[in-house]
Design a protein. Structure first.
Length: 405
C-alpha cells in the first residue's frame, strides 16, 4: 500500500482467523484489522501495524469479535422438486439406499418431481434452503444439476441456480451433474445416457450455465469407463471436473478423478491408500460429506489418516439433497466431520473455507483473508473458533459481508 491510502471500509478491533496457508493453523491474528476497497481486501494484519495514512470512508469497531472468510459450501444439490421423507422412514425400517434406488426411488423419484416443476417453482423452493445457508455465514455455494436428466430440465435447473445468485447476495458456482442417474425413459441403458450427457455439454456450455462437470461413479450409477467418457467430453470443452467417488463401494473413483486432474473427489468412504496418493499427486481435494454418512447410517469412514499422510486437502460440505443429506448448515457439517470422522477443529474450519475454495477452483479469489482476495467475511460472536465446530445448532453469526458490503 502507498504511504497514504483511503479505502471503503476498515474492520478493526477484531480477532482474525485468516486461514492463510503461509500462517500456521487457522492463521490467527489477535487484535486485527481488515481494509477493503471496491469489494477486495487491500490489507490484513495487526491493528498496531496499521499502515500510516490508512483511512476509510467507514470504520467498524468489531468489539473483539472473530472474523473468518465467508463460509463456502462446495457440494450441494439445492435445486430440486419434491421431497423424499418417505425414504427416510424406509431406511429407518432397514431398507438400504441401494435397494431404494433399484426400486425406483432415490434420485429417480426426485427426477419426476423436478421435471414437473417450472424454473420459477425451482427458484421459489430453493430460496428458503439457500437462506438457511446464508444464516450460517455462507458467501459462496456450489449448486449441482442432475435431477432432470434431459437437456431441457438440466438447463432449467442450472438457470434456476444462476437466478439464486441474482436474487441473493451470494456467489453461485454451477456444476452439471447430468451423469447422476440413468434417465427413466432410457430403461437402464447407461451407455445411452452417457451419450445423452455428452451431447448436452456443448449446448449448456454455450449458454454459460456450467462452471464444472460432475458424475456419480458407483455400482448403482456409472462405471469408471462411462465416467471417463463424460470427463473427456468436459475437458474437450475446457471444463473442470469433480466426482462423486467411492461412496458405497471401492470403484477406484478417487484415482479416476485424479487421472483427470479433478478439482475434487467427494464422499470417499471406500477410497484406498493408493487413491489418496493419486489425489495428492493431482492436487485433487477430498470433499467430506458427513451428512450423507449420518443419514444413511454408514459405518465405513473416509480414510482421514491416509489423506493426512498423503497431504490431501480436506473440504467439508453439507451435500444438501432431498434424500440422503437434508442438511443446510455447514457449521453442523463441520461438527459432524469432527465428531464422526475425527477432524480437528482447524481441519474442520479450513474445510469450509480454504479447502472448500480449492474444491471449486476459486482459491485465487476466496477462502482466505489475504490482500487481493474478495472481501467475503463472516463476523462471529464467539470467544474461540472452536465454538463454530462445537456449538450444535447455535447461531453465532453476527454479520455476513460479501464483496465488502
Amino acid at each position: 500500500m502507498t504511504a497514504t491510502a483511503t479505502v471503503d471500509t476498515i474492520w478493526t478491533a477484531a480477532r482474525l482467523a485468516t486461514m492463510a496457508a503461509d500462517r500456521p493453523g487457522l492463521g490467527l491474528v489477535d487484535d486485527g484489522l481488515i481494509a477493503a476497497r471496491d469489494g477486495r481486501i487491500v490489507w490484513v494484519g495487526q491493528r498496531a501495524e496499521r499502515p500510516a495514512g490508512l483511512t476509510a470512508t467507514r470504520e467498524i469497531d468489531c468489539g473483539g469479535r472473530w472474523i473468518t472468510p465467508g463460509l463456502i459450501d462446495c457440494h450441494t444439490h439445492l435445486i430440486h422438486g419434491g421431497n423424499r421423507a418417505d425414504e427416510f422412514e424406509k431406511r429407518l425400517a432397514g431398507v438400504s439406499y441401494a435397494d431404494i434406488a433399484r426400486a425406483g426411488g432415490g434420485i429417480a423419484a426426485t427426477v419426476a418431481a423436478t421435471r414437473a416443476a417450472s424454473e420459477d417453482d425451482l427458484v421459489a423452493t430453493a430460496l428458503p434452503r439457500l437462506d438457511r445457508l446464508l444464516a450460517d455465514g455462507v458467501t459462496t455455494v456450489e449448486i449441482k444439476s442432475g435431477y432432470a436428466l434431459d437437456l431441457a430440465g438440466e438447463a432449467r435447473m442450472l438457470r434456476a441456480a444462476r437466478r439464486l445468485g441474482q436474487i441473493r447476495d451470494v456467489e453461485v458456482v454451477t456444476t452439471f451433474l447430468g451423469a447422476h442417474a440413468i434417465a427413466p425413459e432410457l430403461a437402464g441403458d447407461a451407455e445411452a445416457h452417457v451419450d445423452r450427457v455428452i451431447a448436452m455439454i456443448p449446448a449448456l456450455a454455450a449458454e454459460g450455465l456450467i462452471d464444472a462437470v460432475d458424475a456419480f461413479c458407483e455400482t448403482i450409477a456409472f462405471s469408471p469407463a462411462q465416467t471417463a467418457r463424460v470427463f473427456a467430453a468436459a475437458r474437450a470443452h475446457g471444463l473442470p471436473v469433480k466426482l462423486h467417488a467411492d461412496q458405497l463401494s471401492d470403484s477406484d473413483g478417487a484415482a479416476l478423478a485424479a487421472s483427470f486432474g479433478a478439482l475434487s473427489a467427494d464422499h470417499l468412504e471406500w477410497t484406498t491408500e493408493a487413491g489418496a496418493a493419486a489425489m495428492a499427486a493431482a492436487g485433487t481435494v477430498a470433499v467430506l460429506l458427513p451428512g450423507a454418512f449420518f443419514v444413511l447410517r454408514e459405518t465405513r469412514k473416509p480414510p482421514i489418516d491416509a489423506f493426512r499422510r498423503a497431504g490431501v486437502g480436506m473440504a467439508v460440505a453439507t451435500d444438501y439433497n432431498p434424500g440422503t443429506s437434508p442438511l443446510t448448515s455447514p457449521l453442523l457439517a463441520a461438527a459432524m466431520a469432527a465428531t464422526l470422522f475425527g477432524l480437528t477443529v482447524p481441519e474442520a474450519l479450513l474445510g469450509v473455507t480454504r479447502h472448500a475454495a480449492r474444491a471449486l477452483g476459486r482459491l485465487d479469489t476466496i477462502g482466505t483473508l489475504e490482500a487481493g482476495k474478495a472481501c467475503d467475511l463472516a463476523v462471529w460472536s464467539i470467544d474461540t473458533p472452536a465454538e463454530l465446530v462445537q456449538g450444535l445448532g447455535a447461531l453465532p453469526l453476527h454479520a455476513r459481508i460479501r464483496r465488502g458490503r
